[in-house]
Every structure is written in C-alpha cells, then in structure tokens.
Design a protein around this ligand. Sequence first.
Ligand code: PHE
Length: 457
Amino acid sequence: MSERAAERRRSLHGEWTSRLGFILALAGSAVGLGNIWRFPYLAGENGGGAFVLLYLLFVFGIGLPIMMSEVLVGRRGRRNPVTTMRLLGEEETGKSAWRFVGGLGVVTGFLILSFYSVIAGWTVAYVFESASGAFRNAGAETVESIFQSISGNELATGAWHTLFMVVTIGVVVLGVEQGLERAVRFMMPLLIALLLVLLGYAMTSGSFIEGVVFLFEPRFDELTAEGALDALGQAFFSLSVGMGAVMMYGAYLSEKESIPRSCAWVVAMDTSVALLAGLVIFPIVFANGLDPAAGPGLVFQSLPLAFGQMAGGVVFAVLFFIVLMFAAWTSAISLMEPAVAYFMETRGWTRPKAALLVGVTIWLLGFLTVMSFGAWSDVTFWNGTWFDNIDYLSNNVFLPLGGLAIVVFAGWVMARNSTAEELDPSAGRGYRIWRWTARYVAPIAVALVLLNAVGIF
Ligand code: PHE
C-alpha cells in the first residue's frame, strides 16, 4: 500500500457503525422516487417489456460494476468526490485532471436534487390529500384532476418543496451518520410491506396478467434509441451512481467490509422495489383505462385509485405517502452530501454553513421545476419544459458520462494492485468478474448507448 493511501486510512468524518449500516445507508440513497415514481412512468412511456429487460441488463452489467468502482474509489480517497478523484488521479498517473469528474458529479447532484425535491413535495401533499379522504371511491377523472390541481399549483408545490428542502438541509447539518441508518432500518421494510399490500390489491384488480405482460414481455419494435438511453439513465439514477453519492458513502466505509457483497445487496434490493412498484401500478393502470404513457403523474394518478377502493385505504394511503417521502428524503441527503463535503474540505466551511449555502442554491433552482409544472408548462425548448431538460441533461447525459469516467478510472487507470487491495482479491472470482465488467462490458455498453442515441452508431 502506498504511503499516501495508508495515511488516509481513517475517514475524515467518521464511519458507518457496521456493514449493515453502510448497506442501509446506500439502500436509503438508492431506493427512492426513482423506483416508485420514475421507473414506472418511464417503462410506461417506452412501451414496457423491452425497456424493462434492457433496464435490468444495464443495472447488473453496468450499474453494479460502477457502484463497486465508486465505493472502492471513495474508500481509498476518503474525501469528497472532487478531492478523492484528484488525489487518486495524482497517485496513479501524476495528473490532477481527474478532479473534473468529481466536479461534474457535484454539479449533477445540484441539478437532480432541484427537481427531486419538487416531486418529493408532491408526496407530502399527497399525505394530506389522502388523509382528507379525497380518494375514497374516486374515479380516474377525479384522481387526475386532483393531481393537476396539486402539481399545477405553484404556491402549494413551492411550499412543499421548501418544506422538503428544510428537512433535508436539517439532516445534512447534523451529519450523515446520525439517524440515517435507523430511519432506513425502519422505513425500508415498511415500504416493502405496503407495496405487498398494494400487490395483493393489484392481483384482484382484474388486469393483473395484462400488467405483468406489459412489464415483462419484450416487444423490441417499441423500443427506440431514446428509449434505450432512458433505460440507461434510469439504471444510473435508480442506483444513485455516476455523480459521486456512492463514492461519498464509500468514504465513510470501514476497511474491513466487503465491497462486492454490500453492493450486490443494495442492487438486488433496489431492483426488487422497482419491479414491485411496476407490478402494482400497471394492473391498476389497465384496470382503470389509464394511459401507461401518462408521464410523471402516473404513480400519483394510479395508486390513489387503488387506495380509494380498498378496505382501510385511507390509512394505507397516508402511510404509503409518508414512507415514500422518507425514502425520497434519504436519497435527497445523499444527493447533497458530495457538494457539502466538498465545501467543508476545500473551503474550510463548517457543516451548517456548507449545507445551508448548497441547500439554498438547490432550493432556488427548484422553483424553475415548480413553474414548469405550473404556469410555464407550455414554455418548451430542446427536449420540452425546464423539467424535461434538466431531467434529460442530468440523468441521460451527466450520470452516464460520470459513470463512464469513474469505471474507466477504476478499471484502466488504477493499478491492479490498488483496486485489488480495496476489493479483497481473496474473493477471487468476484474480483475477476468486477475487473472484466469494469474494463470491458460497462464502458463499451455505455458508449454504445450514448452513440446510438446521438445517431452516430
Ligand atoms: N437513487 C435515487 C432514487 O432512485 C435518486 C438518486 C440519484 C440519489 C442519484 C442519489 C444520486 O430515488
């Protein structure tokens, strides 16, 4: 081990209390609106089966090796992504330019959280809407008009967005280790239990088979190059990889823990939750004659129908949207942490100062998303509204580029000894599989999908 690597052994900001703590925190980052809100609506827009199959291939063939690369880089660097990439880049090649990869990640985190918080705000609004009993026996039209009146009301969504940012900043001020593990330990099983209750309802909705077929029967003629890029972006987004969030959490991981095993767990958990959400939503969509390609409102227009019809629906709905809000919260924290650690470590800012300045910037930026679902919903350029563009740029462009750079760095630039040291070569086959996918499968696949989308290939 090099001296510099040895010097950094201890984490700057403390460590997770156990391997379970790390897995829980990483799962808390991964499982969020991406699984319940974004995956179903993208699958719906892109025709279902073929998109889902590609998504699964990307998750395991690209996302998993990149996640492992991020954790190993993060644990070795022990700093915010910018400094970590600079230090490791200097150590391995003598050049510091790799820091720009970290920088891109920090910027991407700002962009993603600016719209993420607005959608999370909707879930808060839905807690109250559910509690008021508005969904009881509601039909598709009522549910749709409730969604329009919430998402289109800038004052209300702006206020929920503000509230969500305040609680996110609050946790980041306290430091990531406190509370996060405990929150996830409690919330994750609850989320899965509630999804299982909904699954039970979906099975009796009369359109369960139709939903399953839509989700799993690959019809490749419905998949476009843009759809493939959507699947790639969603794989990155859902696993939280490509922007340094995972690298940051890796920086807090103790020496002793096995990276491959932790990552495999998180990926399995994240994928199960997404598929479960799809299995719940599409039967409800078909049973009620909704449009699977309805877009970002899909979850908010389908689940309330189920809650409105089932026994105890009000209680389940309130619980569900609370849990979803918590899941979004644990993801939002990880979106902010790289930027906050960056300003603390390089500018010497205190944690509260860094969290406040980063948080307020993101909060202000979020109002453009608020407006793009309201008064500016027909102001479009490039890919559509402000939200469409910021979503496309961050998830379909920046995350894949960031992930590509990270996996090339870990697979090609870092010496074999360095990565073996972190990934525990005693795992033998596990290490070889990682190295092979990190060097060949992941970079080639990402490059092909990107080139395909711009029409070069
Ligand atoms: N993975 C989170 C979700 O699915 C979103 C996220 C993306 C979090 C990138 C951190 C980094 O909701």
